[in-house]
Design a protein around this ligand. Structure first.
Ligand code: SAM
Ligand code: SF4
Ligand code: F3S
Length: 451
């Protein structure tokens, strides 16, 4: 049987698209390779959000070049496919510098990939793979983005799924490459979301995360994001076990009171929200083009804490944006203290060619960025532990995911998407149970199943 090796970089959207690609490959008779040496096809689904994400892929491309030559010496053919945001951003460079890539596809050509893989390689001398030049899929012009019919779960035992409801972004934050590589915002037809939901229900999923760069600006005709949630929630089976619903990512400027009210209602909609603030200084927020002030964010957070006291609130923080002063940075630390985020993803600013911020001097020295980032990480660790310690001794529902690396224990997730490890039988995997939170080890709870 033909076998493939798939590596996915970047965000959950890429992971969801990889899940859908795997389903397509498996329907066409491909299976995942047990190890790289037996694979006939290598697929890299790439990310461009930071230079480091691209550097890793360039490193992997070097490795696969050698791997391909090694396979050829043994009389085997290894095809290399690169797709995704880096394929979109660096088409010309990849075509010129990575001739061992057989097929190159950007964000808007992913749906053509499966058919392209079926095509026989062209004869020596053609401008095809064997001529040492990649086949670039419809590199000219951008077709409208097409949502796949199904994203996962493809494998037995998968019960958490990411379901794209939007694609692209219209916000053009000054630092961010995403709108350039993913194009304008498109909202998926609710009928196709409901159809996918029905398939996922039939496959026995227990948790669905709706995905988009900015889900709060979902709009299809008259239907907005809270309206979509109201359509989906009654479709989720709750007996004999619940199905959880989450969504990612929310933009503070579009978070509506209706959405907060839905979160407050609880039930199948998890009381968890990822609400990236990026920075705590108005000057920097304005230069980033985020569309809200520090004060507006603080009052949103205050309202959320009041109306949804159980909410697990997380964020993204971006340190070292051009012109960031020590005072701007201190304002970010203060904001973190005020909001008391349950967790934060923290990044150091990285100039991306083509963005507005690329034209500004990247004037915060590397070591200053690093010191500031370390300080932010230290502070967040303290806050995260404090918030989690407050919840010790509570009895909470968890979804059991897998055996834990520690023998005999199980790994599970709370409604707030936090990790809990507890002793229990493997039959619980894929099911909900009640666990009492007993200890905290780093960011992980240790718990005890209630009798
Ligand atoms: N749509 C989401 C939002 O509005 O927050 C974010 C999506 S982006 C893929 C994830 C995170 O990457 C951002 O929140 C930002 O903190 C970070 N990021 C984006 N561009 C970056 C850059 N040029 N350098 C460092 N981090 C960056
Ligand atoms: Fe990037 Fe801003 Fe769009 Fe998020 S909202 S993807 S940070 S441009
Ligand atoms: Fe990366 Fe593209 Fe996602 S740039 S973060 S894979 S949208």
């Amino acid at each position: 049987m033909k076998s493939y090796w798939l590596e996915t970089y970047g965000c959950q959207m890429n992971k969801a698209e990889s899940g859908s690609l795997e389903l397509g490959l498996q329907e066409r008779g491909w299976r995942p390779a047990g190890n790289l040496d037996e694979a006939e096809l290598v697929i890299l689904n790439t990310c461009s959000v930071r230079a480091t994400a691209e550097e890793r892929v360039w490193g992997r491309l070097g490795f696969f070049k050698a791997q391909k030559a090694r396979a050829a010496r043994r009389g085997r053919r290894l095809r290399v496919v690169l797709l995704g945001c880096m394929g979109e951003r660096l088409k010309a460079q990849l075509l010129a510098q990575a001739p061992h890539v057989d097929v190159l596809a950007g964000t808007f050509q992913k749906h053509l990939l499966l058919e392209a893989l079926e095509e026989e390689p062209r004869a020596e001398g053609d401008a095809g793979p064997s001529a040492g030049r990649p086949t670039a899929l419809s590199l000219t012009g951008r077709e409208p983005y097409r949502f796949a019919a199904r994203h996962s779960p493809g494998q037995p035992g998968e019960f958490r799924v990411f379901l794209p409801i939007m694609h692209g972004c219209d916000n053009f934050c000054a630092y961010c490459i995403v709108p350039y590589v993913r194009g304008p915002e498109v909202s998926r037809d609710p009928r196709s979301i409901l159809e996918e939901l029905a398939q996922l229900k039939a496959a026995g999923v227990r948790e669905i995360t709706l995905l988009g760069q900015n889900v709060n600006s979902y709009r299809h005709g008259e239907l907005d994001f809270p309206g979509l949630l109201e359509r989906l929630l009654p479709e989720l089976p709750q007996f004999p076990e619940p199905t959880w619903l989450r969504f990612l990512t929310s933009h503070p400027k579009d978070l509506s009171p209706r959405l907060v009210a839905l979160l407050a209602r609880g039930g199948a909609l998890c009381r968890q929200l990822h609400l990236p603030v990026q920075h705590g200084s108005d000057r920097v927020l304005q230069a980033m083009g985020r569309g809200y002030t520090r004060g507006a964010y603080l009052s949103l957070a205050e309202g959320l804490r009041k109306e949804v006291p159980e909410l697990v609130l997380t964020t993204d923080i971006l340190i070292g944006f051009p012109g960031e002063t020590e005072e701007d940075f201190r304002l970010t630390l203060e904001l973190m203290e005020q909001v008391q985020f349950d967790d934060a993803f923290t990044y150091r600013y990285n100039p991306r060619e083509g963005t507005r911020a690329y034209l500004l001097a990247d004037d915060v020295p590397g070591e200053v960025k690093q010191e500031r980032l370390s300080e932010v990480i230290r502070l967040q660790r303290r806050i995260s532990s404090r918030r989690r310690l407050e919840r010790l001794s509570r009895l909470v529902p968890v979804l059991v995911e897998a055996p834990s690396k520690r023998g005999g224990d199980l790994l599970a997730r709370t409604e707030g998407d936090e990790t809990v490890v507890f002793p229990g039988p493997p039959e619980l995997i894929g099911h909900f149970t009640q666990v009492r939170l007993r200890e905290l080890s780093g960011h992980t709870f240790r718990g005890e199943k209630s009798a």
